[in-house]
Ligand binder design. Structure first.
Ligand SMILES: [Mn+2]
Length: 391
């Protein structure tokens, strides 16, 4: 999985963490006495992976000491060019790792059945889960058998507006749970840990991948005790396995104290090299404060996995140009300052399609006109460069 805001060194560590987390979830499984590990889809991001990526994942799976069941999801479906059909996976998949590539009941351990609902293509076009559950023998599961449904995709109750034909209907699953026909439904797709019903869960992504995710980074340890023709007793316990964190900060910066607070807040972040910060700043700063802001952000950016400053989250206005007089510039530089100041005081024309709020950031847009915004950026940059020696 490529994240465009990660520099290549951070991207490489991110990729490697997404393999390492497999080993950590295997350790949780052993420590918690789990009988097996079930992964409900999107094991792989897409089908055109390098052999290196696949082999490293298989090597990590090899270290998991309990059986592992992998369900094909929408990113790694069983359709044309399926990754699961490649020679590499056919030949190198560890013996204790099983691909749930057939819909229906798989006996995985004494007294345990997985009812698998793999994706057979990119667009299933119908509720595959309903079809597979409808094919189960009527009535409660046999005495002493735990029956777990493994499925992938959006459930209808969380997808009410754009109801897709493949949305998983929850009501029939709840009915089957209450009849003791099935005992638990493990779902994949959502990166946020989500409880749909006491016995229907998305565990979420084991390592976070975006700022919008809620409670990512866990695996779920699930204990199931069937109760005949009634709901099973189900206990679900999240265990954190993630080592990365996505942090979104939106702050106002209008004075030196605001800059102090921002500096301290960034400094206090733990595990900085695995923390991806999205920073939105709003406010009005003088030239000297602007220079200080850029200096402190550059300092923190060196330590963080990424310090992402999208322009749509930025609205910084540069106020007061008196600071530049304090530098005591003379000769050619003073003349240049005078010229830029003249432009910076011209009324800013509207520039459709350009976010004016981004003008005071360091986003230099090639080919931008010599307008007031450009002039203010130029003054801020000149201030930073000219004051650099004295600071
Ligand atoms: Mn998915």
């Amino acid at each position: 999985m490529t994240r465009r805001y990660l520099a290549s060194e951070a991207q490489a560590r991110f990729a490697s963490s997404r393999v390492d987390v497999i080993r950590r979830l295997g350790e949780v499984a052993v420590r918690q006495g789990c009988d097996f590990v079930l992964v409900c889809g999107d094991v792989f991001e897409h089908a055109q992976l390098t052999p290196q990526t696949v082999r490293r994942a298989l090597e990590a799976l090899r270290a998991v000491e309990v059986p592992v069941y992998l369900l094909p999801g929408n990113h790694d479906h069983l359709g044309p060019l399926s990754l699961w059909a490649t020679a590499l996976l056919a030949e190198e998949l560890p013996a204790h790792v099983h691909v749930l590539d057939a819909p229906g009941v798989h006996a995985v351990a004494p007294g345990v059945e997985i009812v698998a609902v793999p994706w057979h293509g990119k667009h299933p076009g119908s509720d595959l889960v309903a079809e597979v559950v409808a094919d189960l023998p009527q009535g409660p599961a046999p005495q002493g058998t735990v029956r777990v449904v493994a499925a992938h995709g959006a459930v209808d109750v969380l997808d009410q507006d754009r109801r897709s034909a493949s949305a998983i209907a929850v009501a029939p699953l709840v009915a089957a749970l209450e009849a003791g026909q099935i005992h638990y439904v493990a779902l994949g797709d959502r990166h946020s840990r989500t409880r749909v019903d006491p016995a229907i869960w998305y565990c979420g992504a084991p390592e976070p991948t975006a700022w919008r995710e809620q409670d990512p980074g866990d695996v779920l340890v699930v204990e199931v005790e069937p109760a005949g023709a009634a709901r099973a007793a189900v206990q679900v316990t999240p265990h954190t396995v993630a080592t990365w964190r996505f942090v979104a900060l939106d702050r106002r910066t209008d004075c030196d104290e605001d800059l102090d607070a921002l500096d301290a807040e960034l400094a206090a972040l733990p595990d900085k090299d695995r923390t991806v910060v999205r920073l939105g700043l709003r406010g009005t700063l003088g030239l000297a404060q602007h220079a200080r802001l850029e200096e402190l952000l550059a300092r923190h950016a060196d330590l963080l996995a990424a310090l992402h400053r999208p322009s749509q989250h930025t609205d910084l206005v540069l106020a007061g140009e008196d600071d530049i007089a304090d530098l005591g510039l003379g000769g050619f530089l003073a003349a240049a300052v005078e010229e830029i100041r003249t432009v910076s005081h011209e009324a800013a024309p509207t520039r459709p399609g350009v976010d004016g709020g981004a003008a005071a950031t360091t986003d230099f847009v090639p080919g931008r006109p010599d307008d007031a915004d450009s002039a203010r950026d130029a003054l801020a940059l000149l201030y930073r460069l000219a004051s650099g020696g004295a600071r």
